[in-house]
Design a protein around this ligand. Structure first.
Ligand SMILES: [Zn+2]
Length: 401
């Protein structure tokens, strides 16, 4: 048996053609089609005999789910993915998905509509081979992962919930039970505006921000010198990425703001990070006359993920990946943030495609990796539901269609 390659390719091509671009800070309107993606998934869930549900997170932006009811008391497992994609600026033919040279191209192909095609194939294989699970199996479609993670925050609060989850973000099928969190904050400097013919009469907020930048410029290196304090995530990271200040060239500016980004380790305290910024600014106020600065944050907070390697989920998916790939799977930290920590139960990241292609203007996923991902997901689901590995191997060697 193998998963149905043609069906996987066809499903993904259809999903990529739905332009479910995240509206980011704009209001939802034509062109941002998370709603259409939700409707499409709901109808696919119904075709597979799943119970369905949905709930608006914001107008035109519903989370959706399909539930394949179990027969007994097994664990509930969620296969989750985000429905939104980043934009397509500079990406010609972003939605003209096609299968070529074993790859399916297009915006959202690896990040992360391929996962939906694999999840749907898992359910189809279970149904068509008359395999009943003791536990429920849920496929969840989540809005707004690419911006503020409001979709997963809503689902974590209002359900559905599960005992275990898999999120098929592109990891090249590596198993990622952990990732860093992201904390964005703003630093403001304020001064006194005056005419630039007499700068000494004012206090230049932009120049003070220059001093802040210099003062914080060693922080990233400092974090790395501290050494890894998490076995898989390594060290934290810091970067200064947006500066806004001043309005015209002949006026001394009284306001300047900077957006800073901190990638933090599981276990690091958010307040400690913000307090550390404040302490560093306080040092500057001792040496620069009239220096005034404040820190506002978090302006964006994505929590860190840390599922223990001894979790039954990690053990099950590791075994499933080994059986599928015929080699020991890579177990590592996922480089970016995900919906996983918001969902409120143990989730592992493992999916087809490479993060290097996600968000690029040459996004694609290898069909072969989708086939492998489908097998890994199905084996994991069966194993967590108590099927013995000999039985599962038996399914894969003969029974499945
Ligand atoms: Zn993604």
């Amino acid at each position: 048996m193998t998963p149905d390659r043609d069906r996987l390719a066809r499903t993904l091509i259809e999903l990529v053609k739905i332009r479910s671009v995240n509206p980011f800070d704009e209001t939802t309107k034509e062109g941002f089609r998370e709603q259409e993606m939700s409707d499409d998934l709901l109808s696919r869930f119904r075709t597979l005999g799943m119970e369905t549900g949905w709930r608006q997170v914001a107008p035109g932006r519903p989370n959706v789910w399909g539930r394949l009811k179990g027969t007994d008391d097994g664990p509930t497992i969620m296969l989750a993915a985000h429905m939104d994609t980043v934009g397509m600026e500079g990406y010609e033919a972003a939605f003209d998905a096609e299968l070529k040279d074993g790859r399916i191209k297009g915006r959202g192909s690896c990040d992360m509509k391929a996962a939906f095609a694999c999840y749907l194939e898992v359910v189809r294989m279970l149904r068509e081979n008359d395999i009943t699970l003791p536990g429920d199996l849920i496929i969840a479609g989540i809005v707004d992962e690419e911006h503020l993670l409001t979709g997963s925050a809503e689902m974590g609060k209002n359900g559905p919930s599960a005992d275990f989850g898999i999120i098929g973000e592109p990891s090249k099928l590596a198993i990622c039970p952990t990732h860093k969190g992201q904390l964005c904050a703003k630093i403001f400097t304020s001064g006194v505006a005056t005419h630039s013919s007499r700068p000494e009469k004012g206090v230049n907020a932009v120049e003070h921000m220059g001093a802040v930048i210099q003062h914080l410029s060693g922080l990233n290196a400092e974090l790395q010198e501290r050494g890894p304090s998490h076995p898989l995530c390594g060290t934290g990271r810091f970067s200064m990425n947006v500066v806004r200040g001043g309005t015209f060239a002949s006026g001394i500016p009284d306001q300047c703001e900077m957006e800073v980004d901190r990638r933090f380790l599981p276990g690091e305290d958010i307040d400690d990070i913000l307090d550390d910024y404040r302490a560093r600014l306080a040092e500057l106020s001792k040496t620069i006359p009239d220096f005034q600065a404040e820190v506002i944050g978090p302006t964006l907070l994505a929590r860190a993920l840390d599922v223990p390697l001894t979790s039954p989920l990690v053990e099950a998916i590791s075994g499933a990946a080994k059986a599928t790939l015929k080699t020991d799977p890579e177990i590592t930290a996922f480089p970016g943030g995900t919906d996983a920590p918001n969902l409120g139960f143990p989730c592992v990241i493992c999916g087809p495609g490479d993060l290097a292609q996600a968000h690029s203007t040459d996004e694609y996923v290898e069909l072969e990796e989708m086939v492998q991902a489908t097998e890994i997901y199905l084996r994991t689901v069966l194993s967590l539901n108590g099927f013995k590995s000999a039985e599962v191997n038996g399914f894969f060697s003969q029974v499945f269609v």
